[in-house]
Design a protein around this ligand. Structure first.
Ligand code: GUN
Length: 275
């Protein structure tokens, strides 16, 4: 029987712990969120972030901008949030419409208010092994892998991804834990079968099935795909039901953990600013 790595309950525990830390902080951390356009998934993700923030005592100020918003407008909103002392952290919900280059927009955020840890300065520091903000998704995945309770040293991880930006921080943190980590961009059945840890973020339903994994593997499914009204990951979870593997469900795996760890980043940025 596959063993579910329950991100929902792990995230609830982390929020519970964080709520106490926030109450002890003496100030109310405040996160500025910029949301451009009408993409329903992005609106849903922001709503989930707002709900989780309110549960732990973090305030959110949401700025809604139209789909055709020019670069200069979003820049000026970010600059104003950068300058406000009551805002401790800033997040621009991705993806952005095509006229807004994501790298350019993220680079406008003050790196000391970068809630996602996506600013090039913070990514560079992280990859150089200097202390830096870790993206929520990266921290969430690490915690889910650790929740399997296995010794990770000298194990082999295969990260099957679309994006180098996503893979790099995760590969760095796994390598630091002694995990032999390989990043691949194309499906490779033989390589997947040699992995002790698989992280898949391709956005393709049923990409990984029971044939591709061996017993004992920890499988982290970062995919979110819509099939009608259903949300599924990149893993064919029913085909793994009777296999001895660890698996994150979709929904209820990486998603809630990403939000919980984002809020930990907000707390840390507020705490750093207070001192
Ligand atoms: N869109 C999907 N995931 C994320 C995330 O972690 N941060 C932001 N800002 N946008 C996203």
């Amino acid at each position: 029987m596959s063993f579910l790595l329950n991100g929902r309950s792990l995230a609830a525990n982390l929020r519970h712990e964080l709520k106490t830390k926030v109450a002890e902080l003496g100030i109310t951390p405040k996160l500025g969120v910029i949301l451009v356009g009408h993409d329903p998934a992005s609106h849903l993700y922001v709503k989930l972030k707002e709900q989780a923030a309110s549960e732990v005592g973090i305030k959110v100020e949401k700025i809604l901008l139209p789909t055709d918003c020019p670069l200069a407008t979003i820049k000026s909103h970010i600059q104003s949030l950068n300058q406000r002392p009551d805002i401790h952290a800033i997040l621009v919900q991705l993806p952005l419409p095509p006229q807004l280059d994501e790298t350019t927009v993220i680079a406008c955020i003050d790196p000391t208010k970068d809630a996602d840890g996506f600013h090039p300065h913070n990514l560079k520091r992280l990859l150089a092994g200097e202390s830096a903000l870790v993206p929520g998704v990266t921290q969430g995945i690490i915690k889910l892998i650790e929740a399997a309770g296995q010794n990770l040293r000298d194990r082999k991880a295969v990260l099957l991804v679309n994006s180098r930006e996503f893979a790099q921080p995760l590969a760095k943190l796994l390598t630091d834990k002694g995990v032999r980590t390989q990043v691949i961009y194309e499906f490779n059945h033989l390589l997947l079968q040699t992995a002790d840890i698989i992280v898949v973020a391709k956005g393709q339903p049923n990409l990984i099935t029971t044939k591709d994994v061996r017993d004992g593997t920890i499988i982290i499914d970062v995919g979110t795909n819509k099939i009608g009204h259903r949300t599924v990951g990149d893993v064919d979870a029913p085909s793994l039901k009777n296999r001895a593997v660890y698996l994150t469900p979709v929904p209820g795996g990486v998603g809630p953990m990403t939000v919980a760890m984002l809020l930990w980043n907000v707390y840390q940025l507020a705490a750093a600013r207070k001192n």
